[in-house]
Design a protein around this ligand. Structure first.
Ligand SMILES: [Zn+2]
Length: 348
């Protein structure tokens, strides 16, 4: 469609992250748009990683996972498509994880006074024995409203969510498959969360991850990586500002690593928008989480968010980055000083 998005209309636009501890220098707005001389990569980082030699992440299989989810139609909570797709994802994840379980939540949806049944689908690899544990997450629901359409009738229709939903989940399932026979240096939890995009407003979004953040596994993850809207053609994932606030060290090392493994075109070392997304409840709970998102997507929350706007190459680049990041030895650890609860306001 190519419509111009007005930033003040974006529901993700965030003005309200307030670290309890004054570890952040400067304010977020001042950081956005910097060319980031400050993120110049220290030489030492480039030596503490080793690239894996295995076949690795298969972009074509990931692409099939994206198509399959879209074949169910919009995965809106309370619909058969949602429930059927959830069963499919649980079955797929169980093939490659040590264990899979559901985290069930209900929500009284004020939009229609219906009580919705939702499930976070959670699988783990090497969780018990690991010294470092991370959570990888993506939302598997899709939005009930194409709220960025201009036609009022279309605005009430659900979106397919090829990029906004299916892309991140597709990468995580293929990642679980690619890693399941590897000797993992860390424990990995795959969190396919529900109710991220319900709405219509922020007070009824991020529902699944909010529940997870209040009911964390024991032991809990040290840090997180969120995938959302990473399937669009020619994907570019700049630095998201709230992620940077949560752990500057993590962001620096992650983008340095992307450069080291030749993926700096996909992960450009510059700031993008600040985004309200599933990472915020985790950051609030003391789990620094990076939001990998390409918000430069004109089909966001429209009926045009369909597979033809996405590509296997994009899934492949993002998946390969995570595959190599997870297998690096020694594993990355977030500084203790960043693992602190923070007060975050969402939707203001
Ligand atoms: Zn969305």
């Amino acid at each position: 469609m190519g419509q111009i998005r007005h930033r003040q209309n974006l529901r993700h636009r965030n003005r309200g992250i307030h670290p309890q501890r004054q570890t952040i220098r400067g304010n977020i707005a001042a950081l956005v748009g910097l060319s980031l001389a400050l993120l110049t990569i220290p030489a030492a980082i480039a030596q503490d990683t080793s690239a894996p030699t295995a076949a690795g992440f298969d972009k074509d299989t990931a692409w099939q996972y994206l198509l399959k989810q879209c074949d169910y139609g919009p995965r809106v909570p309370g619909t058969k498509a949602h429930d059927d797709c959830g069963k499919y994802l649980q079955t797929e994840l169980a093939k490659y994880c040590d264990e899979v379980h559901l985290q069930h939540l209900t929500h009284l949806w004020t939009y229609n006074n219906q009580t919705l049944q939702m499930d976070n689908i959670i699988g783990t690899q090497n969780w018990k024995d690991a010294k470092v544990r991370i959570v990888l997450l993506a939302h598997w629901d899709s939005r009930p409203f194409a709220s960025q359409e201009t036609d009022p009738i279309k605005q009430k229709m659900p979106i397919l969510g090829a990029d906004d939903g299916a892309s991140g989940v597709a990468v995580l399932i293929e990642l679980a498959k690619a890693l399941h026979d590897q000797k993992l240096p860390i424990g990995v939890e795959y969190l396919l969360d529900d109710g991220e995009d319900l709405g219509p407003n922020m007070d009824q979004m991020l529902l699944g991850v909010d529940y997870y953040a209040k009911n964390l596994p024991d032991p809990k993850p040290q840090y997180g990586i969120l995938l959302d809207m990473i399937g669009n053609k020619g994907v570019r994932v700049p630095i998201e500002s709230n992620s940077y606030v949560a752990s500057e060290d993590f962001i620096r090392k992650f983008y340095a690593f992307a450069q080291k493994v030749g993926l700096e075109a996909t992960f450009p070392n510059k700031f993008g928008d600040d985004i309200e997304d599933d990472h915020l409840p985790l950051i609030a709970a003391g789990i620094p989480t990076i939001d990998l998102i390409d918000f430069n997507y004109p089909y966001w929350h429209t009926l045009q968010d369909t597979p033809d706007k996405c590509s296997a190459d994009s899934l492949g680049n993002v998946g390969t980055m995570l595959y190599k990041w997870i297998l690096q030895t020694p594993p990355y650890e977030v500084p203790m000083s960043d693992r602190v609860p923070r007060t975050i306001s969402i939707g203001n």
